[in-house]
Design a protein around this ligand. Structure first.
Ligand SMILES: Cc1ncc(COP(=O)(O)O)c(C=O)c1O
Length: 372
């Protein structure tokens, strides 16, 4: 079945009681047992499992071509729960331009859990080979990366990891399975902030892990969630489920609009460089074209005149909304280094855009007046 069809129907169940086409929302935190103590509907307590969680998980894993999904209260909770499945002493390799939440988690928290981490340029396979050690248990990939939109070769990295006895996890938040399916390319786990394109409307916070196999790591991550409690709330699961039904068409439009905006910014005299993997000038374009069906709605660019000019342009935007996050219907603009704070390694001249569903001509006109 094609992705568009799967996105609309995956995990859909007939609702026997009312015939409701939209899924009913169950908010209960606890679930009844029969006289023999058997749970009537398979659930016992919300922190272990709940009907909305099961419904969303059943819809999610076919989209990535996985065997099982686990949803969490946030994207960070999803990724960190995966890290918490690792034994003490394990080593993790991360991208040197990882989403800042992963960088901070790796630097501050992994040492407290007895884990070690190192960072490398994931778009350089020789650097990945050098970073992997006999203790490496997980190679954590993010492609396209955030906010530099660097592209890593998932199949090649998964091969390096496998040869070293490590697993590969790919943060697929930015591309979504509508454009890129890491598990088909050899990765073991896809990680998502469903806060972004899955939800799609800037109104729900959540995360997911989607597993190639329902193996020991899947079971351990489920146990982490059950005991440590990073559970997705029922209404949030309902909202994400609603969002993913239109994921394919939204992401196609986001990609087309971002491509148009990227081409316009590439020609703009105030812009020194555009980071968008769909542009033939992007150093990762060939790899992106091989592993993605389109190039997504995220892009960034560098303002020739530097930091103050970049901040001035962001402050003059009127259609783009000045806010962090990504993946929703409205376009967002940010001076990314300011959003990430004092320890940010992001270039000071960089503006990050999440290109939304407005007409690209209007978005380009807004950027032109902001950069004038
Ligand atoms: C690529 C990426 N991964 C993970 C996350 C973390 O997701 P959440 O905010 O849902 O915890 C984000 C959030 O911005 C992100 O952009």
């Amino acid at each position: 079945m094609k992705f568009e069809t799967l996105a609309v129907h995956a995990g859909r169940r007939p609702e026997a009681v009312t015939g409701s086409v939209a899924p009913p929302l169950y908010l209960s935190t606890t679930f009844e047992r029969d006289a023999h103590m058997v749970p009537l509907g398979g659930h016992t307590y919300i922190r272990e499992s709940h009907p909305m969680q099961s419904l969303l998980e059943d819809a999610l894993f076919p989209l990535e071509g996985g065997a099982g999904a686990l949803v969490f209260g946030s994207g960070m909770a999803a990724g960190v729960s995966l890290l918490q499945t690792l034994p003490a002493g394990a080593h993790v390799v991360l991208p040197d331009d990882a989403y800042y939440g992963w960088r901070v988690a790796a630097q501050e928290f992994l040492p407290r859990w007895g884990l070690t981490a190192s960072f490398c340029a994931m778009d350089d396979l020789a650097a990945v080979r050098r970073a992997v050690t006999p203790a490496t248990k997980l190679v954590f990939v993010e492609t396209p990366s955030n906010p530099l939109l660097r592209v890593s070769d998932i199949a090649a990295i998964a091969e390096i990891a496998r040869a070293a006895g490590a697993r590969t996890a790919v943060d697929n938040t930015s591309a979504t399975p509508a454009l890129q399916r890491p598990l088909d390319l050899g990765a073991d786990v896809a990680i998502h902030s469903v806060t972004k394109y899955f939800g799609g409307h800037s109104d729900v916070h959540g995360g997911a892990l989607i597993f190639k196999r329902r193996d020991e790591t899947f079971e351990k991550a489920m146990h982490v969630r059950h005991i440590l409690g990073a559970v997705l709330a029922p209404f949030n699961a309902w909202l994400v489920l609603r969002g993913l039904r239109s994921l394919a068409v939204r992401v196609a439009a986001h990609s087309a609009h971002a491509f148009a905006v990227a081409r316009a910014m590439e020609k703009h005299p105030a812009v020194s460089r555009v980071n968008y993997p769909g542009l033939p000038s992007h150093p990762g374009h060939a790899v992106a074209a091989r592993q993605m069906s389109a190039f997504g709605g995220m892009m960034s660019f560098h303002v020739k005149a530097g930091r103050e000019a970049a901040i001035a342009a962001v402050s003059k935007a009127s259609l783009f909304v000045r806010a962090t996050s990504l993946g929703a219907v409205e376009s967002l603009i940010e001076h990314r280094a300011s959003s990430e704070g004092a320890t940010s390694p992001t270039p000071q001249d960089l503006i990050r855009l999440s290109v939304g569903l407005e007409h690209p001509d209007d978005l380009i006109a807004d950027l032109n007046q902001a950069l004038a």
